[in-house]
Each structure stands twice: as C-alpha cells, then as structure tokens.
Design a protein. Structure first.
Length: 283
C-alpha cells in the first residue's frame, strides 16, 4: 500500500507488458526513470511505457487501477487530480510567478508588437480536464499565415513530415520567427498560461495540453490525461522535452497522473528551471 498526499492509503499500481512490447520502448526516455525512482514511484520502470510498433499501433497494456475504475463508475462530477490541495498550490505559485514575471511579460509583449506586428498573445483550443475545451494562451512566436506555411513545408520535406507525425514538433520549424525562437528556447512564450492556471483551466504541473486530434494517440491511457488539468510544465519537460518520442510522452503523462503527489509536483517545478536552460532540448 502507498500513502498519498492526503494521508490515505492507496493500492500500488500494477503494470504489465509483454517482453516483446517492452523491447520496443524508446531508448531516449529510459535513463530518466531515475527521477521516478527517487520520488518513490512504483511504476517508474520501462515496463510502464506503452510501445508503438512500426505500423504506429500502440501495444495493448494490462492495467489494474482501482482509481480509474472508480472514475468510470462514479456518476458524480469528477474532481481533478490532486483536488483542493493541488488547486491551492497552483493559485499560490501562479500569483507569485506573475508578480515576479510581470516586467518580463510586458517587455516580451512590446517586442512582439514592435517586431512582428499583430496580436502578441495567441490562443489555441486544447483539451482540458474531463475533456472540456479551453483556450490555451501563449505569446505569439509564429508568422501570421503559419498553417499555410506548415502545409507547404511538410509537402516538400518527407523527413519533416515524418517527424511531425511522430512527435507533433519540428526541429527546424519554418513558421517560427527569430524572436519566436528565443521565446521558445527560454520557454518565455508560455508565461501567459499562468492566467489559465488562475482561471482553473490548467495546473502548474501536469500533462502538456493537447489538441482533440491527439487524444486518439493516448489509446488506453486517455483516461489518465482527462483526469488531470493540463500543466505548464510536467514530467515530459524535465525528461527530454522535444527529444522524446510521442509514445514515451504519453507514458510519462500517464506515469505522472497515476503516481501524483504534492512532493512530485515540487520536484518537477524545481527541475523545470534546469530543463529550460538546456536550449538543445527545448521545443
């Protein structure tokens, strides 16, 4: 039995995958399971990862999780991961961060307006807790006709199209401006999401917010994503960020949700500072 942040005992999570499936797990993410081990996460092993074969299909995993079963059978309105404790921590952290970052946010706002024109803040619809859509806010880092530029670029570059299909990111994204690259490398573009946290749409720590089309890629683990508020940072960001393939990102999101504790949030927040300065791993 394990003790959660509320002092209650909860059963140990049970994960099992076939040896064949386990052998196909991305090697990029395996070294980072040390973080989970140090936090006392029982599922911090390569066997906890879903595997994607060459056809792009996720290998079936056998999962025993009484908490997920309770969520499916409970007809009452579900509560987000961490409940009031996590929400209180989010509000306090977001208010402190806004107080410290407001001069930087003002400077970024003015730079975008001066160099790129148009709106400085970009809002995109993402899937939130319990499947509710919300407008995720960022400082604008792309050209105005970004969708058109992306389509043309992927059409003439098969390798970039493959990379986009796998991780939904591009190493050399033609849509991003020079200032946008600086903002992304430093993660300053995500500061407006602190307002999403105050509105209760996001958390400081959680799975990264995704678009509706990406839900199908979570397969058996979609319930884990929907059980939490999306986060400004998370386990994925401190274990490789954009260098991690998508199946490993799904596994990290699921691992975070199934083993959540307030202590793990604090550790991830502290490690985020070091992950941000690793520009080679930033998105």
């Amino acid at each position: 039995m394990m003790t959660n942040v509320f002092g209650r005992e909860s059963p140990r999570r049970n994960f099992s995958l076939t040896r064949k499936a386990s052998s196909r797990v991305s090697k990029d993410v395996k070294p980072h399971y040390d973080l989970g081990v140090r936090l006392g996460w029982r599922s911090a092993t390569p066997a906890a990862l879903p595997a994607v074969d060459t056809a792009g299909e996720t290998t079936q995993a056998t999962v025993s999780d009484p908490h997920n079963a309770a969520r499916q059978t409970d007809t009452a309105a579900p509560a987000p991961l961490g409940g009031r404790t996590k929400r209180l921590a989010d509000v306090v952290i977001a208010l402190c961060a806004l107080a410290l970052a407001s001069p930087i946010m003002l400077m970024v706002f003015l730079l975008i307006r001066a160099t790129m024109g148009g709106p400085a803040v970009y809002a995109h619809t993402r899937v939130g807790f319990d499947g509710k859509p919300f407008s995720c806010r960022k400082f604008r880092t792309m050209v105005a006709n970004s969708d058109e530029v992306l389509r043309e670029f992927l059409a003439r570059d098969p390798e970039a199209a493959r990379q986009w299909a796998e991780i939904r990111k591009l190493k050399n994204d033609p849509r991003i401006t020079f200032l946008g690259k600086i903002l992304r490398k430093s993660s300053l573009d995500e500061l407006p999401q602190l307002f999403n946290v105050l509105r209760g749409e996001m958390s400081c720590v959680g799975p990264r917010p995704i678009v509706a089309d990406e839900l199908s890629r979570y397969e058996d683990f979609v319930a884990d994503y929907l059980a939490a508020r999306p986060g400004i940072t998370g386990l994925w960001q401190v274990t490789g960020r954009s260098s991690t393939d998508y199946s490993s990102r799904v596994a990290l999101d699921s691992q975070y949700v199934r083993n959540w504790s307030l202590w793990s949030d604090l550790v991830i927040l502290s490690r985020t500072v070091f992950a941000v300065v690793r520009f080679d791993e930033a998105s």
